[in-house]
Design a protein around this ligand. Structure first.
Ligand SMILES: [Fe+2]
Ligand SMILES: [Fe+2]
Length: 280
């Protein structure tokens, strides 16, 4: 089978996917959002930035041969900060949050949309339980191909809101760096995909990731809408939801249905990915 043909079709499928062309991204690109809107967006997006390396590390351990390991390692080294003056990407993102007005520790106080936790839970499942090629499909095509496209309208919106180039370097860096990462992982895929079954695994991983991403943007959008309509003192159900989230230490114990009803905070999400709860 022709791996190059399959990869070309898959790239087109990703570029046309509703997650990459989500209505929230189109709105960000054209609507004059404020720094406060971007603060809510950033607080919900930040947990994803901190867990990407963890997914890659799982895949690195599971890669079947040294050739595919070296492609994954190459991407990881960049994510750790090799291509960004030694600053890892989560650290760069924290600088953007500071520019949005997020004070020290505030990133752990924000109740997250349940779809943020769902995204991380789904990707941890993919990289630990699904076949290796499903994982590579989720992180290569599902992330590195999709991100440069999704960030274009975000960068337009951030510039319009008055952010300086230094403040949004996380986003501008990724529109360039992830094109390299996408190419490197494509190289790995073109070596590894030899049969239609293998191609189907890669595509399955990419589509699982895209579907989680589509729901994630739904969640971010609903958070941005919601911050303009704050919880009233008398809204007992919402108060209870926020309180219950603060006292619920592990999201892995929550069923998805219950998770949607209980607020989840960043330390719980990080713990679900096997990371220290409080670090950036
Ligand atoms: Fe990155
Ligand atoms: Fe990347």
């Amino acid at each position: 089978m022709q791996a190059s043909e399959f990869l070309r079709d898959l790239r087109r499928e990703i570029e046309e996917h509703p997650a990459v062309n989500h209505v929230f991204l189109m709105r960000v690109g054209t609507t004059p959002f404020t720094r406060e809107d971007y603060r809510v967006f950033g607080l919900n997006h930040y947990p994803l930035v901190g867990t990407f390396c963890r997914y890659m590390e799982h895949l690195l351990l599971r890669a079947p041969d040294s050739e595919s390991k070296s492609w994954i390692a190459k991407v990881l080294v960049d994510e750790y900060g090799e291509g960004s003056d030694g600053e890892d990407h989560a650290h760069l993102y924290r600088k953007y949050l500071t520019a949005c007005g997020v004070g020290p520790g505030e990133e752990d106080q924000e109740p997250l949309d349940s779809r943020v936790a769902e995204f991380i839970r789904e990707h941890m499942r993919i990289v630990t339980e699904e076949p290796f090629l499903v994982g590579l499909g989720a992180l290569g095509p599902g992330h590195e191909w999709a991100i440069p496209k999704m960030f274009v309208p975000i960068i337009d919106g951030l510039r319009r809101a008055g952010f300086t180039e230094r403040e949004i370097v996380y986003f501008t860096l990724h529109t360039m760096q992830d094109q390299d990462h996408g190419r490197w992982l494509e190289e790995a895929l073109s070596i590894m995909v030899r049969t239609p079954e293998q191609a189907a695994q890669v595509r399955r991983g990419a589509m699982l990731s895209m579907e989680a991403r589509r729901k994630f943007w739904d969640g971010v959008q609903s958070r941005v809408v919601r911050w303009r309509q704050p919880v009233h003192l008398w809204d007992v159900r919402e108060r209870l939801r926020l309180w219950a989230g603060r006292h619920q230490p592990r999201i892995s114990q929550l069923s998805p249905a219950l998770g949607a009803r209980i607020a989840v905070y960043r330390p719980q999400v990080r713990a679900a990915a096997g990371l220290e709860p409080a670090e950036g």
